[in-house]
Design a protein around this ligand. Structure first.
Ligand SMILES: Cc1ncc(COP(=O)(O)O)c(C=O)c1O
Length: 522
């Protein structure tokens, strides 16, 4: 269904004349926004000319760059934004939680290197330096293992509470292997994943938009749903269920990118008890039906507890995938599991195997960097950072939310420990602009913008205070520039209807040179 819709949705854009008043704002507000947009663009350009120029050189040359630029804002505003408010994407130095662009501007890094940066950039610098020194006498040898692997395996087994380990080159590959093993050992064909959950870009776990191959053996079911438990309890073809626990913040919805902020409303909430209860019930039904329960901890894993998601929610899995930070700053994927599920051959049939190899698996430099990480999480000082983790981060969010309430700004933050989502409390067509104000205020975000801030755990209270000041001042500037002007008739539903009308009109060809000539007024 989502795939069909994605294929049908026409591309249309607002012209510079219409873009600032699509919510029905009066002329003075439209003019105010237009000026502010131009000023913000000039400010960003003046701040970071070299960074922007270097980024421009990558356009059309690095596919990721064009993709990220294209999906930074709702598609109707794409060209206008690309041409007028450029964001540089290059950096040449970090210092603790701050990152410097090529023009010498320091920002707080809330992009978190896709979640890899858990302990702070200084930790990974040291980890990689030490890893290189420790592996250098062996150098690049693949096949024979660096001896540090023995210690890594012991530590991973202890952390996961599982018997065996396999090493891979990325999180995506770890998930591929976990799913392959589940199919092999159950003799069943189908994989269950939950709506909106990301498990890497392999098409075997990505059903819907983004994957041109229809995945016929993947069921996308609703998370936290009785009906799902009934389906699992009644079907005979399900090999495994994949869980990505970050979805606890937004069950059944995709990661909250600013590009999808079409109506401005973004929901997020987090109830640890309710999610733990859901996982326990899922565990029970999987056990009863012989379905392999896979926790995909690649993103969240060690952020929550030393023992990861299993420890944090108190629910054991059959297979666990780790990645990102566990490589100590180098690329990695790991699968941990019970002996009976990890075995790649049959005890009784000689040619019956479950193949998995990868040239760079267990690369010596990755193994030594991983060892730095695994030793670090055993350090009592690190373990102290997990004590009361919910309380500490909840207090930080509460303090910031109180400041926003006092300032009467339509923004609040929801968190699952150190991963935050920015939510907007009223509908609006321009909430995605916040990412640009934040960049000007010295906050660096990941490519999905304000939907996910990933904080590193080296932040001090004074850093958090400084971040809070920036979040607030950026929102105040945005309000002062007219972007939060509210049309009382403009409900989220009305915005969606408006977009539907525009899409239908664009699909019927009532557009000039690819632009919608008729954005409806509310
Ligand atoms: C939960 C989860 N699984 C799998 C992956 C894929 O990992 P990688 O990007 O290392 O292939 C990611 C990446 O973001 C992830 O968050």
């Amino acid at each position: 269904m989502a795939l069909r819709l994605a294929r049908l949705l026409p591309r249309y854009e607002y012209s510079a004349d219409e873009a600032f008043g699509v919510d029905g704002a009066p002329g003075d507000v439209v003019a105010q926004r237009r000026d502010a947009f131009a000023r913000l663009g000039e400010r960003l350009r003046a701040m970071a000319p070299k960074t922007i120029e270097a980024g421009e050189a990558l356009r059309g040359a690095v596919s990721d760059v064009d993709f990220v630029n294209a999906y930074r804002v709702p598609f109707q505003f794409r060209t206008l934004v690309e041409q007028n408010v450029p964001l540089g994407t290059l950096a040449d130095e970090t210092d603790g939680p701050r990152i410097r662009d090529l023009d010498g501007n320091w920002s707080y890094d809330l992009g978190g290197s896709y979640g890899v940066n858990l302990f702070g950039s200084e930790f990974y610098k040291v980890s990689i330096d030490r890893a290189v020194a420790r592996a250098s006498s062996l150098g690049m040898v693949l096949g024979p293992y660096h001896p540090v692997i023995v210690d890594n395996v012991e530590r991973l087994r202890a952390v996961a509470g599982l018997d065996e380990v396999s090493f891979h080159m990325s999180g995506t590959e770890a998930v591929m292997q976990a799913v392959r093993l589940a199919r092999y050992h159950t003799g069943r064909r189908c994989v269950v994943r939950f709506a909106g959950a990301y498990h890497g870009w392999w098409d075997g776990v990505q059903a819907g938009p983004g994957n041109p191959r229809p995945a016929r053996d993947v069921y996308t079911l609703a998370e936290m749903s009785e009906h799902t438990l009934q389906v699992l309890a009644s079907r005979h073809d399900i090999a495994c269920v994949l869980v990505n626990p970050i979805q606890a913040m937004h069950p059944n919805a995709s990661p909250p990118g600013d590009g999808s902020l079409v109506a401005g409303i973004r929901g997020a909430q987090y109830d640890k008890g309710a999610y733990a209860d859901w996982l326990a019930r899922l565990r029970d039904v999987c056990t009863a039906r012989g379905i392999v329960l896979i926790f995909d901890e690649i993103f969240l894993g060690f952020r929550l507890a030393k023992g990861g998601v299993q420890e944090y929610f108190g629910v054991p899995a059959d297979l666990v995938t780790y990645g990102k930070s566990v490589g100590g700053g180098l690329p990695v994927g790991v699968v941990c599991g019970r002996h009976d599920l990890m075995r790649r051959f049959s005890e009784t049939r000689a040619a019956d195997i479950c193949f998995a190899r990868g040239t760079f698996n267990a690369h010596p430099y990755v193994m030594t960097a991983m060892n730095e990480f695994l030793r670090h999480i055993d350090d009592p000082a690190t373990q102290a950072t997990w004590r009361n983790i919910d309380t500490r981060w909840d207090e930080r969010v509460d303090a910031i939310n109180a400041r926003f309430d006092t300032a009467d700004l339509p923004i609040h933050f929801v968190n699952m420990t150190s991963v935050w989502a920015t939510c907007f409390t009223v509908p609006g067509r321009y909430h995605w602009m916040y990412q640009f104000y934040l960049r000007a205020a010295g906050i660096q975000m990941g490519w999905i913008g304000t939907g996910r801030f990933i904080f590193s755990h080296d932040l001090t209270d004074s850093d958090v205070r400084s971040i809070s000041d920036r979040l607030l001042s950026a929102a105040e500037s945005m309000r002062d520039d007219g972007w939060f002007w509210k049309n009382p008739a403009l409900t989220a539903k009305a915005i969606k209807r408006q977009i539907l009308r525009e899409s239908l009109s664009a699909a019927r060809g009532r557009v000039s040179s690819g632009r919608s000539a008729h954005p409806a007024k509310a």
